[in-house]
Structure formats: structure tokens, C-alpha cells
Design a protein around this ligand. Sequence first.
Ligand code: NDP
Length: 325
Amino acid sequence: MNYRHLGKAGIKLSELSLGAWVTYGGQVGEEIAEKCMLAAYEAGVNFFDNAEAYASGRAEVVMGNVIKRLGWRREDLVISTKVFWGGKGTNDRGLSHKHIIEGVNNSLRRLQMDYVDLLFCHRPDPNTPIEETVRAMDILVRQGKAFYWGTSEWSAADILRADGIARQYNLTPPSMEQPQYNMFHRQVFEMEYQPIYKELGYGTTIWSPLASGLLSGKYANGIPEGSRAALPGYEWLLEETLTPERIEKARQLTPIAADLGCTLAQMSLAWCLKNPNVSTVITGASRPEQVHENMKALDVVDKLTPAIMAKIEEVLGNKPESLLD
Ligand code: NDP
């Protein structure tokens, strides 16, 4: 495993990491979660991603239980959570001062931890002044409950605004973003966010690197039983992510991976790692075999020469050229 700085911050994250969305506390039980987390840890993963929203908090319970049972040293781990969707009550969602403090305290209780290393605002909240959110995040950092705070799926303009407010009032500025980034979802990461890498030294923890499994090639012949797209409640994936056009492109990418002696999943993860603005690629897995396969993506990064990258680009045909796209 290699470890990258989170942007200009001192903390280092494993290039590949593991997240809990869909899977832990939902699609799979604690036993499978433990096997996946152990497989990742043994491959050198130090960063495990979570959120108060995942399986309505059960994902944090599962991850906390597994870490405790396996007796991992807290210092060896980078743990994140995200605050925004905490429940159904009037004040259980969004980025108000009240929900941020209460939500994070609830997450820490579920994780059985005194602090998280990384804390994200899971989405922007147009109904709360950014200054209120920045102040609440600053309090948590000063209390030692979170070491770094950042955003997920915020616009570059809002991130720059939050940074400006923090500096104006001598509060802790955000320092990282958790955006979606994969071969099919590039515009924001590659274009809009340029100022936050260059001007703010932001790190990124990118999500859905396989576009929910599509970039493993598994959907080439329909929806396999037990896959994410077959889960009740995930029908929206078929409209938004697993479109026929993308499935066809995944099919065309498969021989390029085969020529490199790797799977499409490995090539797709390595492709994300080629981007120097990626601090860590958060992988997801519903079974330990997937973790074993995905961790080998590290061996593929150097095989992605400019000629191979150009071949991939030719199939994708979606290289962002301008902020106006
Ligand atoms: P991916 O796009 O990599 O999808 C992971 C899923 O793809 C797995 O659960 C599995 O699903 C399938 N898969 C993984 N590896 C393979 C393989 N080698 N072969 C075949 N199928 C495979 O990532 P996620 O969408 O899960 O996102 C990763 C993490 O990012 C999340 O766990 C979460 O921590 C974070 N995230 C953050 C978001 C945010 O808003 N900040 C939003 C979404 C995710 P299956 O076997 O069920 O088909």
C-alpha cells in the first residue's frame, strides 16, 4: 500500500480505502463486514469511511463493533463520518449548529470512539447560513472530536465561501472534499474544483470509483443476482448510473484491461489513482473477494501509460475540456 497526504494536510491516507455505504448494516451483516474490513486492513488500508446516514446509523455501529473486536490500534486508523441526514425529526437533518453537534455526538457513540479523524458535511444545506456551519465545525475541531473537517458534493464557490468565512473569523477552515469521481463522472472533479486544489491545497476522498459496480463489467449481461442494482430501493441506479450507453462503454473497456493482465475493476480504480488530486479512492465491497481483487489495482497504476490512457479516453469520449461544458 502507498499512503498519500490529504492535500496539504499532514495526515496520510492509504491510496485505497473502504467505505460502508449500502453494504454495512444493510446489504450484508456484521460477519461479512468484518471479513471485508480485515481484508482491507491486511492489504494496508488505514482509512474507513462512514456516515450517520448509512443504514440509519447501523453502519457506524457495525464498523465500531468490528474495530473493537479486532483490537485495532486507534492511532493506526483514519476514521471518517459525515453529518447531514440524521433522522426524521425536524432538527435531525441539515447543517444547523444543533444538528451538527448532536449528530456527531451520536455518531461517536455508535462508533464507540472519542473522535473521528475526518468529518464531512454530507451535502450543502441551502437553508443554513454557511457561517453557522463553519462555527459548529470549528467547535468540534477545538473539542478534539474531529481533526479535519470538509465537505461532500459542495460547489467550489460554496467551499471558497466557507474558507473565506473561517479565515475572516479565525475559525478552522475546511480542508477536504468528498466528491464522486470515476470514468463516467468527471466534470466537477477535473474542472470546477481546480481552484480548491490550487488555492486551498484541498485533499479529496473520492466515492463510487466503480460507478456502483458498473466499472467491474458485471452488468454487461443484465443484473446479476445479489448485486447492488438488484437490491430493493436501488432501482434509481438503473436510470442514473447503469445506463445502456455506459454499460456498452464498460464492455468496450474490458479488453483494454485484459491486455494489461488485470480486471476492469482494477483498471478503473487505478485510473482514478492516476489523478494527483485524488488523495484516496474509497472502494466499496459486499464480499471479501471483491476487496482482494480491488486492492490489486495498486499494481496496475504504473501500467496506465499515456498510450493506454489515450485508448481509455477514446472509449470514454467524455474528457472535460472547459468549465462551460
Ligand atoms: P463503488 O462504485 O466502487 O461500488 C462498490 C460496489 O460495487 C460494491 O459494494 C459491490 O456491489 C460492487 N463491486 C465492488 N468491487 C467489485 C468487483 N471487484 N467486482 C464486482 N463488483 C464489485 O463504490 P461505492 O458506490 O460503494 O462508494 C464507495 C464508498 O464511497 C462508500 O462506501 C461510501 O463510504 C462513499 N460514498 C460517499 C458518498 C457521499 O455522498 N459522500 C456517496 C456514495 C459513496 P455489489 O456486490 O452489491 O454489486
